[in-house]
Design a protein around this ligand. Structure first.
Ligand code: AKG
Length: 283
């Protein structure tokens, strides 16, 4: 567990820059357990061979020129994976979330990301997460009611495709970064920042060691490129929101007590109730 003063220091850095890191929040043994969960979902994604959905659970595969169809991400694996489900409500996460979001917290992101060595299908263009919070009316006070977190499973370095972040950009409001199409289908390019009047020279690499927890604001500009190292670069993302400020999402903590997942509720998949059954999807 992080010391209260470590959390306070990380929160101060977060207020200043729009992102921060709690170093070594998870042990090597825990990272090994999480890595095994990633491997299970990678194998399942490869076996599926195409993007797939079952309720909120969603495997998104991408076409890579060298590797063929590979998993890019899995959304909401925790419905089916007890290990990942346990970490989404870990008390160490609550200790970080409570000062910002209070004791009643919902979750709207539960996601595995891969960047295999050399894969081209692995980039995220520069964006702000506020872009994904739709329908807008379901989310209130996003700059203060929402926190995105990511647990590093492997080393995130400039070479392995660490997130690139723009310090202080959480204070700039919602910007037009000229994103055409999906954030995960384009190439991360500094020009998009320059076009929006920002200085690409201010971008820094958010380097992480396995077990570190990064967290960032919904308005903080970030992206990530390819993995040019020889190691995997995996990231376990969980996004939380103050319950009173959000009409969507799964409960994560009620009065500080962890909430298990049950029958899926509306998060991002608009056809959840019309088409809940397993099916392959385009793209
Ligand atoms: O670098 C990554 O894995 C992508 C993280 C990201 O951009 C996001 O979750 O919004």
């Amino acid at each position: 567990m992080s010391e209260p003063r470590q959390i306070a220091a990380a929160l101060a850095a977060y207020e200043e820059n729009g992102y921060a890191v709690l170093r070594g929040l998870f042990t090597a043994a825990e990272v090994t357990e999480l890595a095994a969960a990633f491997d299970r979902h990678w194998a399942r994604g490869m076996a599926l061979g195409a993007s797939f959905r079952h309720g909120n659970l969603h495997y998104r595969l991408g076409e890579d020129a060298r590797l063929g169809k590979i998993p890019r991400m899995v959304q909401w694996p925790s419905y089916e994976d007890a290990t990942l489900a346990r970490y989404r409500t870990d008390p160490r996460l609550f200790a970080l979330l409570e000062p910002l979001l209070g004791r009643d917290i919902k979750q709207i992101i539960n996601q595995l990301h891969w960047k295999p060595p050399g894969a081209a299908a692995a980039e995220f263009v520069f964006h702000q997460d506020v872009r994904f919070r739709r329908p807008r009316g379901a989310y209130r006070n996003l700059g203060h009611s929402y926190l995105q977190t990511g647990i590093a499973i492997d080393r995130h370095t400039a070479a392995s495709g660490a997130m690139k972040v723009y310090p202080g950009s959480h204070r700039l409001g919602e910007l037009d970064l000229g994103i055409a199409g999906r954030v995960m289908d384009g190439a991360m390019a500094a020009e998009s920042l320059a076009r929006a009047g920002l200085d690409p020279g201010r971008v820094v690499d958010l380097e992480l060691e396995p077990g570190d927890l990064a967290f960032w604001n919904a308005f903080m500009i970030h992206g990530s490129g390819r993995n040019h190292s020889a190691q995997d670069r995996r990231f376990y993302l969980n996004g939380y929101v103050r319950a009173a400020d959000c009409d969507r999402g799964e409960w994560a903590f009620r009065d500080g007590k962890p909430c298990m997942l049950g029958r899926p509720v509306l998060v991002h998949y608009e056809e959840l109730f019309e088409r809940p059954e397993p099916h392959f999807v385009e793209g």
